[in-house]
Design a protein around this ligand. Structure first.
Ligand SMILES: Nc1ncnc2c1ncn2[C@@H]1O[C@H](COP(=O)(O)OP(=O)(O)OP(=O)(O)O)[C@@H](O)[C@H]1O
Length: 237
């Protein structure tokens, strides 16, 4: 049984626009699966629907997690089952220190500090810093990754974790994703970065115009994506 199974999903926005027009995919326990495709093809909408964000309506199909139909479950119940997501634009968590934010994700402070170290932030320096304006975009992104890692979810969806990171950070990112797997998380990775997709993905899906149109080895799916004009970049952006 797959950890996550998305079956023939069709999703509309609140104004009735059909965004996901037939998507099926699976993620197994401990697997790293890429979801690639051009801008506007519906990847983020699919991800948000899987984790249960409001603002979208499933008009057909279902989402199953650990064998259970979760299509109508609220987001917090899905999170409680071990399903979480890190966002394309990390929040600012105004007023919270990095340490306070991570303490919401885990009771184990030693583990939280280790997560910061794994994402490349020295806990001595960052634990007491505020998450707001005085962290750079890249630092906030790392804090967000440390937070989802600290939760040790069974499945984490990473929505463009590479966007805006420099080259050395990209190499760190591949290690971070591998560490998430070692700590027991399966990963669904949305990315426009060819190198990252090929390096860490066990399998890949290609999404075009609201539909999943191909599945297979990341290198093959990346090629197909490039042939279809699905803007992938190499290395850091
Ligand atoms: N709430 C909404 N209401 C109406 N249209 C929406 C809504 N959310 C997304 N869309 C549209 O649906 C399409 C798919 O958007 P989505 O963000 O899922 O694509 P994506 O594949 O993640 O794109 P990118 O690679 O640029 O992040 C886009 O045309 C977008 O404008």
């Amino acid at each position: 049984m797959a950890l996550l199974e998305v079956k023939d999903l069709r999703v509309e926005s609140e104004d009735g626009t059909e965004i996901v027009r037939g998507a099926s995919l699976t993620v197994d326990e401990g697997e790293i699966v890429d979801l690639i495709g051009p801008n506007g093809s519906g990847k983020s909408t699919l991800a948000k629907t899987i984790v249960g964000c409001s603002g979208y309506e499933v008009v057909e199909g279902e989402v199953r997690f650990k064998g259970r139909d979760i299509t109508d479950l609220p987001m917090y119940e899905r999170a409680r089952m071990g399903l979480t997501m890190s966002w394309q634009e990390p929040a600012r968590f105004e007023g919270l220190t990095v340490g306070e934010y991570l303490s919401v994700c885990t009771d184990d402070e030693d583990w939280a500090r280790r997560c910061l170290r794994i994402v490349g932030l020295d806990p001595e320096e960052y634990w007491d810093r505020e998450c707001g304006e005085n962290l750079s975009g890249g630092e906030r992104k790392r804090v967000e990754l440390a937070a989802v890692m600290a939760m040790r979810p069974d499945l984490v969806i990473l929505d463009e974790p590479d966007a805006g990171l420099d080259m050395s950070s990209m190499e760190d990112l591949a290690k971070v994703i591998e560490t998430m797997r070692e700590e027991g998380s399966a990963v669904l990775l949305i990315t426009h970065n060819r190198d990252l997709a090929e390096q860490v993905g066990d399998r890949a899906y290609l999404m075009m115009d609201g539909k999943i149109v191909d599945e297979g080895d990341p290198k093959d799916v990346v090629l197909k994506c490039l042939m279809c004009g699905g803007g992938l970049v190499c290395g850091a952006e």
